[in-house]
Write a protein that binds this ligand. Structure first.
Ligand code: ZN
Length: 204
């Protein structure tokens, strides 16, 4: 698949994310791997529901710098981290949904454990509701470089798969291409919604 068609799919995914209300008030950022050593990342301060392909900036994965001098998202360092950690990752989606924001505060431990849901199978490689999906949770930080270091350390010592939650902030997830990243986002958001409602009703 060409970088151009992946960018077109990413723009469509951004419009869908905007419609879901998962990137309010210009929040969130999205990217796609584009060629050797680069990704295309959404420009800071733009409404994600009405982005066009011109709103994506070429960023060097190794340095996090944009050769054009335009300003990519404040959270660029988290996108480039994922591309560096996982050579198979082709797209990264970062959203600020209510469910990911609240659930990440309710869960006090370093892992959100999801078990018992058929929709776990929306995540690549998951085959049964009897298995447990573990989503890592990190305390939010305005220092993105420090946050990226903490996430990198975790990834090297433990497992980091599908995505991670930033406490009181949102979800970052990825896939081998835009289509898979989008399915992971939708699946995780569904599971977070179920888990929120279960905790509310069971008062756990
Ligand atoms: Zn964010």
């Amino acid at each position: 698949m060409t970088a151009t068609s992946q960018l077109a799919q990413l723009v469509a995914a951004c419009h869908w994310i905007g419609q879901q209300g998962w990137a309010p008030a210009t929040g969130g950022n999205m990217s796609v791997r584009a060629g050797e050593g680069f990704c295309l990342l959404s420009e800071s301060g733009k409404d994600k529901g009405s982005l066009t392909s011109d709103d994506f900036i070429e960023v060097e994965i190794a340095s996090g710098q944009a050769p054009s001098g335009r300003r990519p998202s404040a959270e660029t360092g988290l996108h480039t981290l994922i591309y560096r950690l996982f050579p198979e990752a082709g797209a990264v989606l970062h959203t600020h949904s209510v469910n990911s924001t609240v659930l990440s505060r309710l869960e006090k431990s370093a892992l959100l454990r999801i078990q018992g849901y058929e929709m776990q199978k929306s995540l690549s490689g998951q085959q049964s509701h009897l298995d447990t999906v573990e989503i890592a949770l990190f305390d939010n930080d305005q220092d993105i470089a420090a946050l990226a270091t903490r996430i990198e350390t975790w990834a090297k010592q433990r497992s980091l798969r599908y995505g991670f939650l930033l406490r009181g902030h949102g979800l970052t997830c990825w896939g081998k291409d835009v289509q898979e990243a989008r399915r992971h986002l939708e699946g995780l958001e569904f599971l977070f919604n179920c888990e929120m409602q279960r905790r509310l009703l069971e008062r756990v």
